[in-house]
Design a protein around this ligand. Sequence first.
Ligand code: FVH
Length: 294
Amino acid sequence: MSDAVPVTVLGLGEMGGALAAAFVAAGRPTTVWNRTAARADALVELGAVRAGSVSEAVGASPLVVVCLLDYAVAREALKPAAGRLRGRTVVNLTNGTPTQAAQMAAWVAEQGGEYLDGGIMAVPTTVATPEAFILYSGEERVFETHRAALEELGAAKYLGSDIGLASLYDLALLSGMTLMFDGFHHAVAMATSAEQGSASGFTELLVPWLTNMARLLPAFAAEVDAERTSRTTPQLTQGLDVQVSGLLNIMNASRDAGVSTAPLEPAMAALEGLLETGHSEWSAPASVRQLKTT
Ligand code: FVH
C-alpha cells in the first residue's frame, strides 16, 4: 500500500490523461473522472480508480488536480461537487487568465477549499520528464503541503502568493512562443520561395541562429529591470536607422519573393513609434515600455 497522499484528476484529455498517468507511474493512489468515461479505460488498466461522478472523484482525495478545456468548463464540472470541497485543495492547471484564476480561487474559498492556480509548460509527451515545468501561484503553505505530489508532474516552480501570477507567466511564455512560431513561418515562407533548398535545410540554420540570439535575452531583461529599479546599466542599443533599414530590406525581399509582409508590419510600426517619440536608438527597455498601455 502506498502512503502517498491520494490525488484526483478531473479531465482526461491529452494533457489531463498524461498528468494522471504520471501520478499512477509515481505510485500515487489516483482517482480519475472524465465527461467521456471511456477516456479513463487505459488509466484504469494502469491502476487508477475510475469515479462515477465528479462528486465521488472529489470525495476520494484531499488533492484535486483539474485539467479541462477552459475555466468555464472547469467551474461547471466542479459545481456538483461544491459541497465536498471543504478541507480539500484544488490545483487548477487549465489554461486561463489571471482574472479567471482569481474568480476560481474565490469560489473554491467560498466552498471551504484551498486553491492553487497553475500553468503547464509542457506538452503531454514531456509531462514528468526533465523538460517539463509547471508554474504555481497561491498560498505558499498550500503549495508546500502538496509540493511532493506536484513534483511528480514536472519541476514545480512556485511564483508567489498573487493567485494570478501563474496564469500571467504562462500566457506571457506562450506569447513569446507564438511570436517565435510566427517568425518561423515567415522565415520559412521566404526561404522556400527559392527554387533550391528546403524548409528542413533552412531550419538547420535557423535553430542555431535563434539559439544564439536567445542568449542575449538575459542581458536585455537586466536592462529592463535596471530601468524599473532606477539602477543604471550600460545600454545594449543599436541605431534605430539601422533597425529600420534592415527591416525594410526584409519586407522588400518578402514582397519580391511573393511572401506577405503582414507578420512584420507590427515590428515596423513599433520602430516608427520609437522614432516618433524621439528615440534614435533601439533598446529593450524602450521597446517594452512602448508596449505598455497603462
Ligand atoms: N495539450 C497541450 O499540449 C497543452 C499544454 C499546456 C496546457 N494545455 C491546457 O490543458 C488543458 C486541457 O488540454 P488538453 O490538451 O487535455 O485538451 P483536450 O485533449 O481537448 O481535452 C479537453 C478536456 O476537457 C473536457 N471537456 C471539454 N468540454 C467539456 C465540457 N463541456 N464538460 C466537461 N468536460 C469537458 C474533455 O472531456 P471529453 O471531451 O473527453 O469528454 C477533456 O477532458 C487546456 O486548458 C489546455 O489549454 C494543454
